[in-house]
Design a binder for this molecule. Structure first.
Ligand code: NAI
Length: 721
């Protein structure tokens, strides 16, 4: 990087006879600035005078710089600025650094201690800055640094006068930053911690040695450079580190339940935990934003109160980002082995997107009190007696993006009495920027809490639909991993039933079970791939009933039937034949079928590990068509799994150069290679030599055997086939 210089700039550094100020002055002087080295030369309590600024001036001059000493007190700041103007004809940079200490515990602070400390720090900065301000304005350039302290930001025993002055400087800087903005005057604050006479009896000796002012000086010098763009910020620096500090405000809360209620001391106490909850705290930069925030808050409160009066609701906010989407996608079986899944797993993929079922999580009511609140007298619902019975999700507008913040309203629309159990129909409305984007409905079984003479059915319940009687149009099979539930729970449902063997046993399961929503995520992915072109934007709604639990490690078989724009599906566990998701369907905005449906109904066309290798070869051939053509042959790969043919790939290196799934579209294969998916990957990765594979019978070659050998050199650079 080019050296950052200060040529032509005049810098005033107050209290620059020693400590931090000296380091600032020396650094600026060495980089071309003309420096006014101000120092009253007092003792650390502000008493006395001496000329130690002279030594600093000498040091700057000895190194070829230009500097002048000034012995005025900052309390007469205008005199210091006059020195700059008289000597150099301008002033560009002002570092308000002078300071003294008069530490006493609060009761012992005399008025004089108070006044003097405030005079040097706060009034001094006011005087110097005001004296330079007109010049800054006229020349449309000014860089000011105020010096605060952690004692000001956080308080420190025995430093009440000092803390007050130091925090006063933050307020001064905040306002001057606003007033100076349009004149290119930047006013920022440094919070240093360094070895100096002010800290020699405060810091432990080891630290004292290490905390050199020279480690902070470059930070302050950058903050007064022409190229520095921040304004009104606080930088805390020490020991070669720097941090930004600022005040934040909690999201806050209304102090009453509805606008017509009074605010009472009791209601304040009741809401206090929300008042001080900093989880959604944010920085507010401008005072106008406080008003705007308040106006918006009031409007939101009134809107919510109206909705709450129809159905008592629970409101919550949640954010998500690409990491959440990837974690979720892994939880529902997306895998890098499957190239078409990469868009759900790789945040830099050009089509990176959320899976539609991810948004079910935004509406989850398991942690909200709505179900229990809706229970009749004497009945209760908590996480020990509730079961997720059915799930619905609907996308109202555009499919949500890959990060965002949602506000969710949960409410019970109906409570059904099913005899022994109750069923709460819980709706959620998920808003993004006040726009309703997702709607969900959950049917929550509350085991053993029925029998309250409630209705058995509800016209507000979105029901499941029976699957057609004919054979499915498509079937996809996928084995879940032993760790599937352990992975899925990271997306938010931490119920121990899915991880803790003792809890699972106590609930009557042989071991922890997979989340119903995880199985639904698998099946919805299968439908997406088969009938939505793998594009979540084509999905309008999904509905499913959880019929039986799934154990991690079992194989899910999703059977699908296409009926117009609706895909009915049900999910079975291959090992038991049990239907685990029943009466389910996906409503499409548009149907995009993956290949002929009939062919898929007979075999799983779940992507294979070898797919990615063929795709890579495809790219390579595209890049080097001539090299490919020189082989002059058509190869057909028959990929098997468990001895069964699962996929075919053509590598045409003869006429219609290209690599694609299926048999040759033109001509006939000269050589056919039959190999299992796993062996193919081993060969491609170099773990198994093609010769060995052939000798061991792992690869079968029919047709022209010699031609197979031509493949090696062609693809050597890439996938080593
Ligand atoms: P220091 O005592 O070495 O430097 C302060 C300088 O200000 C002294 O040379 C002193 O003669 C001069 N001074 C005092 N009253 C003055 C006045 N009325 N007019 C002109 N000059 C005057 O101490 P240090 O540590 O270098 O402090 C620099 C600044 O950094 C101070 O504002 C201090 O409060 C602040 N600070 C320092 C911390 C540290 O760890 N050293 C921590 C937090 C803040």
């Amino acid at each position: 990087m080019e050296q950052l210089r200060f040529d032509g700039r005049v810098a005033v550094v107050t209290g620059a006879g020693g400590g931090l100020g000296k380091a600032y002055a020396l650094l600026l002087g060495s980089r071309g600035a003309k420096v006014v080295v101000n120092d009253l030369g007092s003792a650390r309590d502000g008493v006395g005078k001496s000329n130690f600024a002279d030594a600093v001036v000498k040091e700057i001059k000895d190194k070829g710089g230009d500097a002048v000493a000034d012995y005025n007190s900052v309390v007469e700041g205008e005199k210091i600025i006059k020195t700059a103007l008289d000597t150099y004809g301008r002033v560009d940079i002002l570092i308000n650094n002078a300071g003294i200490l008069r530490d006493r515990s609060f009761p012992k602070i005399s008025e004089q201690d108070w006044d003097l400390v405030n005079a040097v720090h706060l009034k001094g900065a006011f005087k110097t800055t005001q004296a330079a301000w007109e010049t800054f304005k006229k020349q449309k350039f000014g860089r000011v640094v105020m010096t605060s302290s952690n004692a000001g930001l956080m308080g420190n025993f025995g430093q009440s006068n000092y803390s007050a002055a130091k925090m006063g400087l933050v307020g001064l800087a905040s306002t001057l930053a606003i007033e100076g903005a349009k004149y290119n005057i930047k006013v920022n604050t440094i919070v240093p911690t360094a070895a100096s006479r002010l800290t020699e009896d405060i810091l432990p000796p080891d630290m004292f040695q290490a905390m050199k002012p020279e480690l902070i000086a470059p930070v302050v010098a950058y903050m007064v450079h022409d190229s520095f763009e921040d304004n009104g910020i606080i930088i805390d620096s020490t020991l070669g580190f720097a941090h930004k500090a600022h005040l934040v405000r909690s999201k806050g809360t209304p102090l009453r339940n509805k606008p017509s209620d009074p605010v009472t001391i009791e209601s304040v106490k009741e809401k206090w935990s929300d008042v001080v909850n900093m989880s959604s705290a944010k920085r507010i930069d401008k005072i106008t934003e406080v008003t705007l925030d308040l106006v918006q808050g009031l409007q939101e409160f009134e809107d919510r109160s109206k909705l709450d009066s129809q159905n008592p609701s629970h409101w919550s906010t949640a954010s998500y980002n690409s990491k959440d989407l990837v974690c979720y996608a892994l939880g529902v079986g997306a895998s890098v082995v499957n190239p078409s899944d990469l868009k759900f797993l790789y945040e830099s993929h050009e089509d990176f997107t959320a899976l539609p079922t991810f948004f079910i999580l935004m509406g989850m009511c398991m942690d909200s009190p709505v179900v229990n609140n809706a229970m009749p007298k004497g009945k209760h619902a908590d996480f020990t007696n509730i079961l997720h019975g059915e799930q619905y999700v609907e996308f109202l507008d555009e499919f949500p993006g890959t990060e965002g913040q949602f506000t969710t309203r949960n409410y019970v629309v109906d409570l059904l009495d099913k005899g022994s159990s109750a069923v709460a129909i819980v709706n959620s409305e998920v808003y993004q920027d006040k726009q309703l984007v997702v709607r969900t409905q959950q049917h929550i079984f509350v085991v053993g809490q029925g029998g309250f003479n409630g209705p058995r059915n509800s016209d507000k319940a979105i029901g499941v639909l029976p699957a057609p009687k004919r054979n499915p149009d498509a079937v996809v099979e996928q084995k879940t991993a032993e760790d599937q539930a352990a992975l899925y729970r990271l997306s938010g449902d931490l119920n121990p039933l899915h991880i803790d063997p003792s809890v699972a046993t106590a609930s009557g399961h042989p071991r922890p079970i997979l989340h119903g929503l995880a199985s639904l995520g698998f099946s919805a992915r299968h439908v997406l791939a088969k009938f939505a072109g793998n594009d979540p934007k084509n999905v309008k709604a999904i509905k499913a009933r959880f019929a039986k639990p799934v154990l991690p490690g079992q194989t899910l078989v999703t059977e699908m039937w296409l009926e117009g724009k609706r895909v009915h599906f049900q999910t079975k566990v291959k090992e038991t034949g049990n239907i685990v998701i029943a009466g389910a369907y996906v409503d499409m905005k548009s149907v995009v079928q993956a290949g002929p449906v009939a062919a898929q109904s007979t075999q799983s066309s779940e992507a294979l590990k070898s797919d990615s290798i063929f795709l890579k070869v495809q790219e390579e051939i595209k890049a080097n068509p001539d090299k490919a053509k020189s082989v002059g042959a058509i190869f057909l790969y028959k990929i098997t799994r468990n001895g069964k043919l699962v996929k075919q790939w053509t590598m045409n290196l003869k006429s219609d150069i290209g690599v694609y799934e299926g048999e040759p579209k033109t001509g006939k294969a000269d050589t056919t290679l039959t190999v299992s998916d796993d062996d193919f990957v081993e060969i491609a990765s170099g773990q198994l030599s093609p010769q060995n594979a052939f000798l061991k019978g792992k690869i079968k070659i029919s047709g022209n055997l010699m031609l197979a050998q031509k493949l090696g050199p062609l693809l050597k650079t890439g996938s080593k086939l």
